[in-house]
Design a protein around this ligand. Structure first.
Ligand code: CP
Ligand code: NVA
Length: 304
């Protein structure tokens, strides 16, 4: 594994290996026998805000022996229009790896190609692979590492966003049932579903259908970073997909609610539901650190 650019490009086995390593690194925190990033500098190149991703990568890189270097695109020449392929060729000669949060997936793909150094997608408009790995790790902790095929997971709200798309590829690779529920305009387009060709993904405009007998209920903001102008027009159509106690009455008894955060209480999730699920939601945030350390470790030690 040379880069982590998307969940789409991983295989089920690669996901399972990353999760197993994530559990191991979590158990060994503070006591790692090898530090694969020793002597290395990894840049975090961010064009969007971040709390969890930035902090978990800075801490994770340090804990594996490396030095993180945070570069806001407001400060570097990329923000003034220097092409990504030039930035990549410069940084590729100085640093050992890059973690990129940006808008266009192609920028992450181009950075990886032109820099030649391990590159990690820390969120684009297309996918949020690091978050999904942390979410899968959290689900394995909560319900045991068993057969993903027996699990029903739902994602409600803006289902064709970076989180929803990453969930779809995870369902394709691991085989769990994924029920996506949102207003018609937010459902994945026919060509996306055709590319996935995945019979275990259900798309519906009926929130109740998605949540019925479901074990893990996920949601995310209805307004992703970069979509702020759509706030007024978008929100009204999404309220039937709010994760609230009334809807959760349909879920499996042993269910949990997850949220990648930041959460907008009163919109995609009620305060009551978020607080009732706070232990798992904040463990999910913590697991960003452990899952990403597994990614860093794998990229730093991979031969191919
Ligand atoms: N979930 C997530 O990526 O959080 P940040 O935007 O704070 O990094
Ligand atoms: N879909 C959200 C995820 C935030 C972590 C966004 O892109 O803003």
């Amino acid at each position: 594994m040379k880069n982590l650019l998307s969940i789409e490009e991983l295989t089920g086995d690669q996901i399972r290996e990353l999760l197993a390593l994530g559990h191991q690194l979590k158990a060994e925190r503070g006591n790692h026998s090898t530090l694969p990033l020793a002597g290395q500098t990894w840049a975090l190149i961010f064009s969007k805000s971040s709390t969890r991703t930035r902090v978990s990568f800075e801490v994770g890189i340090s804990e594996l022996g490396g030095r993180p270097m945070f570069l806001s695109t407001r400060d570097i020449q990329l923000g003034r229009g220097e092409p990504i392929k030039d930035t990549a060729r410069v940084l590729g000669r100085m640093i050992h790896g890059a973690v990129i949060r940006t808008f266009d997936q192609q920028d992450v793909v181009d950075f990886a190609a032109y820099s030649g150094i391990p590159t990690i997608n820390a969120l684009t408009d297309l996918e949020h692979p690091c978050q999904i790995l942390a979410d899968l790790l959290t689900i394995e902790e909560q319900y045991g590492v068993g057969s993903w095929k027996d699990m029903k997971i739902s994602f409600l709200g803006d289902v064709d966003n970076n989180m929803g798309r990453s969930w779809m590829w995870a369902a394709k690779h691991l085989g769990f049932t994924l029920a996506l529920a949102g207003p018609e305009q937010a459902l994945p387009k026919a060509d996306t579903l055709a590319a996935l060709a995945c019979p275990n993904i259900i798309c519906t405009t009926d929130a109740a259908e998605a949540v019925r007998d479901c074990t893990v209920i996920n949601t995310d903001t209805w307004i992703s970073m970069g979509q702020e102008a759509e706030k007024g027009t978008k929100e009204k159509a999404f309220f039937p997909y709010q994760v609230n106690n009334e809807l959760l009455r349909l879920a499996e008894k042993n269910h949990c609610v997850m949220h990648c955060l930041p959460a907008y209480r009163g919109y995609e999730i009620t305060d009551e539901v978020l607080e009732a699920n706070a232990p798992i939601i904040f463990r999910e945030a913590e697991n960003r650190l452990h899952a990403q350390k597994a990614v860093l470790y794998t990229l730093a030690t991979s031969k191919s």
